[in-house]
Design a protein. Sequence first.
Lengths: 66, 1129
Amino acid sequence: MERGVRLLLYILAGALVIGGVVLFLHPDYRGTVRAWASGDITAGPIWESNRAYYPETGWEEGGDEH
Amino acid sequence: MNTKLITTCYLFIGGLILAMLLPVEVLSHATRYWILTGLGVTLVLAIWLGWRSKGNLWNLTLWYVLVVLAVLVGYTRYSVAYRVPDRRIGQIENGRYIEREPLRDTSRLIVRVDADVEEAVGFRFAGELVARQAVLDYDENPLLDEAGRWVFNEHRMPIKSATVDIPAHTPAGATFRVDQPFSRIDDVLWDVGDADLPLTVFRLSNHIGSFVRPARGQSDVTVLGRIAQDPNVYDFKSVLTVEPAYIQYPAGGPYYRVEGGDIQVTVHPNLENFTRLAQTEAYGADIVIRGELTVARGPSVEGGFDARRFMQNHNIYAVMRPYARPREPSPVSLLAPTGQPQRSGNPLVAFSLGLRDRMLGIFKATMPYPQSAFLGGVTLGLRYGLHGVMFPGEGPGWMQRFGLAPSEAQIVSDFRASGVNHVLAVSGLHVTILTVMFVAIFSLIKFPRQVFVPVVIGVLVIFAIITGARPSTLRAVIMNSLFLLTWAYLDKGLRSSVLTGVPIAAALILVHNPLVVVDPSFTLSFGAILSLALLTGPIYAQLCRLRGNCFASVILCTVLTTLFAAIRWALVTTAQFWIPWSMFWGLVFWVARACDRTGIGIDSRFRFTRIPESIGTFMAAQIAIQIGMMIPLSAYYFNQWPFGGMYANLIAIPLIGVVVQLGVLAGLLGLIPGLGPLLALFLNAANWLAASLFLWLAYVFARVFPHPFVPRPSGYALLFYYGVLALLVWPDPVQRYGSRLLGKLGVSWKGPKRWIPYGIAMVGFLLLLVRGGTPWRSDSSDPLEVTVLPVGYGSAIHVQSPGGAHYLIDSGFVEYERGRRNEAMRTILPTFSHQRIGKLDMFIASSPRPERAGGLSYILMHQRIKSLILPFERSEITSIDRENHSHPRADDIFSVWAGDPQWPQRPSVLERLHKREGTWFNRWASWNLMATPVEEPTVLVEEEHDGGIFRIEVVSVLPEQGPWYTRSMQVRILYGAFSMLLPGAMELEAQRDFAMSADPAHIRANILVAPYQAAAPFPPTVQGNVQRMRSVLQDSTGVLLAAVEPEDIILEFGNPRPVLGREGRDALDRFGVTRRFYIDYGVRVWSTDRDQAIYITSDGATYQIDTQAQRNRTQGGLDETVSDVAIGL
């Protein structure tokens, strides 16, 4: 089972790199980064696309509801 | 010890299955006698066996007793869970009541007659009732005290029951129910007859199932209880599971304490407090609900989905759909104990669900929709959130650049068709991924396994709670926990842990709820893990033998067979394909083997073992899952087999590993204030790619590979199949015992290695293949069987001739929007699959209207048909003048037959007919089909049998001169003296003209299927005026009835909205008036909306009508009357 350690590390490292590329290229992610930078996570296009999906579930961070 | 534990678990499960196959009546004492008899017989057997053996007598006896006790515990556990036993509380002897035990709480009674009744008897019970009445708060809601207990006032009052009338000649054992509630019985008052009649009195359990009423329009009840699970939230409703504590039954009556069973409550957004009911915080809250207490419907047709049984397997025995009424308080209220906040449920569960909601919030912020819905489904078990979610390639988008047209593909149906739907049912795969991930994380930070294993098990428990604790998840969590414990503390390997863990996990789940033993989530989960554990090894061993020419031949054979199956599935279901194909490949393998021996051809270094072991084992595991679980159990439960699943999962399973791990890490890291959400955004940005790839994979595989209907195996066929598979799993003992047996019989042939098990297995598979197809039938003395299928507002009638030929008249409707109801896929084809009907001898399209021909393109897609009869020339379809037509439904009709240019992926009849033209390939597959127009009276089928001549004839095609889309065929079915008339889609005026112009001898029939779904349109001037509508009916339908002189009338009706849209409301009104008109005619009237499927059988002289609703009642379902409510348990 310990073999999974190396695999997990590879996945994580790969995910962070690929994630960075997607953030750079995908317009919705770019918009979301801009919204986060302005301090309102729920103003981004990704949150907007999810508005009708479980609408009762909101965004919480560290117990503070925004 | 290990063997004893495993055996005990399996025997316990065996006892459960025995109880299913051989149930006993719980009202009687038979169970007790059976148990005692079983114990006695087994003790004798155990002692005898112990004496016969040379072992320790005492140990052996103990061992056998253990075995039998395990079976008995399983048997009784299932019996008691399946039917709640009613308690015997006393007897009536010599006219007096003798109490055996006092009544518990407010109770209803059942009286059993203990001797045959000669003369009619009538008596009443007299006693006392302590009636509870709820104390109300200022808002008129029942009050809870500070400790969360419901507060009642109690009123003591004397009470007498209504007279219990026992008719003369009632046999011993008959039961009668007393509906008046009692808290104590004092005496019996005799009104009529012999007071010496011995009677036993039972207390009817206050299980919630005993209060339900199947029929709509019952008086309301009030239920006080708590929400037992987090709500299942859809985009248009929220479904709550409520554990009832008290029920006021009936309205205004006393409150009963409920003694078991949950209620499923569906609430819609029009309720004022819907938002609170659709939140996780609702879990554990106290609730009061007012409304009808009813029960889910049983199957609508033989072999159909039994929603009632499915719910009962999960302890849900009643359903409520409360709706808001004008000027009345909300029927659902969440309450809190006096002076306290609203209660929540179990703290661990509440914590887990809260965690889930916060992770969902992170998903919503970091992954676009619908990939976020997919991620929520596979990591958090929120699969209801995926219902109705469209594939992201819909409309103009990147998919179109690859030539894929706009589609209406739904993610869930694509998953089902491509065989990757299992990723939505959180199971062993997900739990194992998480186990590996958390073990890896802890190993990374150098924690000793003895320390972190309990933490990982805790995480798995929380995960199980988050995802709804379904049987498949529980199985996986128990097994993974056992594995982790044995790995950490006993240093055991995986295989021994699996073989021990499977029966223990199964037994633990079944002890808690034995009814899930037949639930798909239970059997599929255990089928998968057992297939992996038992079949992967032997399959991998066989694959490892492949090398050189043989290996290349296997690859080529697999590729070509897959290609044939993908291009024309029908071909690979025929003997004319498999006989030459298997002979050809037999020859190829023989030559390949000979070449391998002589070193000719491909080098022997080209072998399966050169594939890395992990990938090779993974491939073997996929084959094992297909053989052990997917093929037999998909066919059994779903009537369909996703052929591409084996290939799709080779990519899907590693991919889902990435999606789940990244999703869970992103969800957990996102909880860390500060940097956490940013890390989650990076991880889920990468995960978006993986999730999109997964959705795309399902989309492509659903279109490239078939998802065919397959014959549904019987339970015995499944047992036989698994028996044959067992021979392949354990061949050596079979070979050893078989050789020994043959030696005793004087046969000393030394065949190839393991020839006995492999030989028997081959014969067994051949038998299954032959027997698994169309059932053997028939001789000429079999009856004619006609089934009017319940396809809602539409028509589909299946006819099985006395000679065993199958005919289908019409194919129901298909709804592409809103509910997406497809009656061909939902009702007709599953029925054929259940009855193992491989081929239709004829399909008759009586009318081109959507409610009759909407499903034809799907029937043409999936069903082998010998001939197709249409009421017009096929060439006429292209000649419709769409600009100048006057027919209100012409556009809909044209879409069904020629396709909708807006939605080119929707199948049309013409397109499907084009694909079934007489090419050599189609002829080889027996898939070619010619449409034959019939435009005048014709005999379509004629056969001679013992009961007389069987015939299907076209009486007329009307209107004779009208365009093709207005035409309707009138069909009559005859067998001997029996006849049935199907006038098709005739409007009111046409009914009168038809009746007056036709030869009476040609239209007279025992049974009339009402034309136009009994909702033919009226002239606009009379619509809404019942008297004038009846007058119009008298001049049209009345004339038809007078000419046909039917003894029975069948109405094919259901919700018209999927077909007619907003006009459906008018159709409902028309149906109401027309139905009443038929009833007033004075013959028996049957209706598919109430009676479900209607079955007609005739031997040529007489005929009988049976309905699915009736069958559901007699098979332990519910009756519409009060007296049979107890059966609801």
